[in-house]
Ligand binder design. Structure first.
Ligand code: HEC
Length: 211
């Protein structure tokens, strides 16, 4: 063996040893394992409690199920139990819940008043029909419930994001929105009726805020 080959072999050995060292550094990173203590925090624990109001990723219908398929079977079971459920009585709490859920899940497209001019639509998403169309004013509550569950046309299902109880709350709120645009004059309190009668027939044109 020549001296040159020996030198080369030695270099290779040193080089590989260096690799191994770097790899160990990757195994043993300076980080805390689960349940480890730490002098950094007053309670002596490395794991920090979640901030108030945070929502665990592992909660909801699919949590604690071994696979998506298992979870889907459970969701299907629950859905079929709810498919025949009747709308709950309308209360202020239900409406408030509906308003909140509507604002999160429907308003982006259907707009705050339900005319279909939501912020996403203004940015180019196809415009949904207005809830104030006669056809949708006359549609039964169940129809809205089913659209949320199964989607319709290009609108997809919200079943995995809006629980059945909340679907009824949203439906109640949509009914309130519809009433807000089509209330008969006689249904208003007398003071409001007088105020309306004193207003000019043509309301001033709605100006878009400058962008
Ligand atoms: C990402 C935008 C988007 C969101 C969010 C959305 N929708 Fe829609 N929605 C649409 C579009 C677009 C249509 C029209 C679908 C079509 O006809 O192809 C539609 C149609 C509808 C219709 C009318 C169906 C008909 O008979 O014409 C109802 C009712 C409805 N949506 C309710 C809801 C409710 C309730 C929510 C909230 C849970 C919601 N939508 C969330 C886009 C959206």
């Amino acid at each position: 063996m020549t001296a040159r080959a020996l030198a080369f072999g030695a270099l290779l050995l040193f080089g590989l040893a260096g690799c191994e060292r770097t790899m160990r550094d990757m195994y043993e990173q300076p980080r805390y394992g689960p349940g480890e203590g730490s002098p950094l925090f007053p309670d002596g624990r490395a794991a920090r409690p979640p901030p108030p109001g945070s929502v665990a990723n592992a909660s909801g219908d699919l949590a604690a199920t071994s696979s998506g398929r298992h979870g889907q079977a459970e969701v299907a079971l629950r859905e079929s139990a709810y498919a025949a459920s009747a709308p709950p009585p309308v209360t202020r709490t239900l409406l408030q819940r509906g308003q909140e859920r509507y604002s999160i899940y429907c308003l982006p497209c259907h707009s705050p008043v339900g005319d279909g001019d939501g912020p996403i639509v203004r940015r180019g998403f196809p415009r949904p029909p207005s809830y104030h169309e006669q056809r949708l004013r006359e549609a039964p509550d169940r129809y809205f419930f089913d659209v949320i569950t199964h989607g319709r046309g290009i609108m997809y299902s919200y079943a995995d994001r809006v629980a059945p109880e909340d679907r009824w709350a949203i439906v109640a709120y949509i009914r309130a929105l519809q009433l807000s645009q089509h209330a008969p004059l006689a249904a208003l309190p007398p003071a409001l009726q007088e105020k309306l009668a004193a207003m000019p027939a043509e309301p001033p044109a709605n100006k878009e805020p400058a962008r």
